[in-house]
Design a protein around this ligand. Structure first.
Ligand code: HGY
Ligand code: MN
Ligand code: MN
Ligand code: MN
Length: 417
């Protein structure tokens, strides 16, 4: 292994075509006919990509371990093993209509960093740790970013293991089914700093022609489970004015949520991503509807104001339509600032590579947003086409992915030596 003086490594680059090939090689696990990925956390497809990831890490000489929530850690030794490792990574689980890059880029660019250091025979002073966090997406089991939240102490491991999906399967059962309930205790592993590379999942970098987003923090998020109780009745005989139609109540509430978000714009957003009529039937007026809601803003006080206004709208619509609209907040993540020293390392790396860049706040939640509560953390963004994500058409370019991997590599070399 050669010595790691900064001058000897400033010119080190990742192998962009190898990274691009790896991204497309793993896209087959849960790949969809439209070119996206449907790889829900702890599904059989997730199990298969985890096996692939473990084998690829071991082939790169890394020591792989798994914690009690299935998070995978791949360790590369450093000169001074007494130092806490510099960690990087993201997630390999996807949304049902996921794309090839959300989460995947951060994990596979991390693997590319390890491979590039191996090729160059470089040993860093601090050890390096590549992480695949379990269940970042929160689509099958709520909340999102749950394993990194448990690592940061926001939840106990038992709380997470007991979480159930809509079929009633627990996280524990799902982990056992794919053989990824590891022995390592969650949160005990030391991490010196954490850096996550991710596509922006928004339109700003592309619109401004910038290659790199130097991410300064993440916005706040609040998740709700909701229900609307009305009264089932005959679709043919119940006059319109006498109906207590739960679906119409939810429809009005959804439009009220849009109005509230727009009023707190341009940053505030509100989404009802799931809605289910209980006991649905074409010729029955819906009496009960269940739904979920996601609200976000960079300002904590705005998240609170939106919740108050949503509850007021639920009361007003409920009284007028003789419905009961209930909102239960199940998760709230405060806006999080990233560590200035790690942000500065990202900025210096991008500058040293001569890449166009701008400071940015993340609209999406990320594992780094949880890590930031416990260790110095920051993120690197690269553009995605039309700012589209959580859609099968999600795409980026080989050049942008390579640039992101180079910034990740150069940031790690700054933090680990
Ligand atoms: O919801 C999020 O922001 C993340 O993509 N799971
Ligand atoms: Mn993601
Ligand atoms: Mn996502
Ligand atoms: Mn993430």
């Amino acid at each position: 292994m050669s010595d790691v003086s900064p001058s000897s490594t400033h010119n080190l680059r990742a192998d962009g075509s190898r990274l691009w090939a790896t991204i497309h090689e793993t896209a087959r696990f849960g790949g969809t006919p439209k070119g996206g990925i449907n790889r829900l956390t702890l599904s059989a497809e997730d199990g298969r990509v985890r096996d692939w990831f473990r084998d690829a890490c071991e082939a790169a000489g890394l020591t792989v371990s798994v914690d009690a929530l299935g998070t995978q850690y791949a360790l590369r030794a450093g000169k001074d093993m007494s130092l806490p490792p510099i960690a990087f990574g993201s997630h390999l689980d996807t949304q049902p209509t996921g794309g090839k890059f959300d989460g995947v880029l951060g994990v596979l660019a991390g693997l590319e960093v390890m491979r590039s250091l191996n090729d160059a025979g470089i040993e860093t002073r601090a050890p390096l740790l590549l992480v695949n966090w379990t269940n970042e997406e929160g689509s099958r089991f709520a909340p999102a970013m749950m394993a990194s939240a448990a690592y940061a102490g926001e939840f106990t491991t038992d709380e997470i293991l007991a979480k159930r999906d809509v079929a009633g399967t627990t996280v524990a059962e799902a982990l056992d089914t794919i053989g990824y309930r590891g022995g390592e205790a969650v949160g005990e592993r030391a991490i010196g700093a954490f850096v996550e590379l991710h596509i922006e999942q928004g339109p700003i970098l592309e619109a401004e022609g910038k290659t790199i987003g130097v991410v300064e923090g993440g916005q706040g998020i609040a998740w709700f489970d909701g229900s609307v109780e009305g009264f089932e009745s005959h679709a043919g005989t119940t006059p319109m004015p006498r109906r207590r139609d739960a679906l119409l109540g939810l429809s009005e509430f959804a439009l009220a949520a849009e109005r509230i978000a727009l009023a707190h714009g341009p940053s505030a957003v509100a989404t009802i991503g799931e809605a289910t009529i209980q006991a649905p039937s074409r010729n029955v007026v819906p009496g009960r509807v269940a739904f979920t809601m996601d609200t976000r803003d960079p300002r904590s006080e705005t998240l609170t104001a939106m919740e108050e206004e949503l509850r007021a709208a639920a009361r007003e619509i409920g009284e007028r339509r003789r419905l009961s609209i209930v909102l239960e907040r199940i998760w709230r993540k405060e806006p999080v600032p990233f560590d200035p020293k790690v942000v500065a390392a990202v900025d210096a790396a991008a500058e040293g590579l001569g890449l166009s860049r701008r400071r940015i706040i993340s609209g999406a939640g990320h594992d780094a947003c949880n890590l930031a509560a416990k260790v110095p953390a920051a993120m690197i963004f690269v553009p995605c086409k039309d700012g589209v994500s959580h859609n099968e058409s999600e795409s980026s370019t080989e050049g942008d992915c390579a640039a992101g991997a180079d910034v990740l590599l150069q940031t790690i070399l700054r933090l680990a030596n």
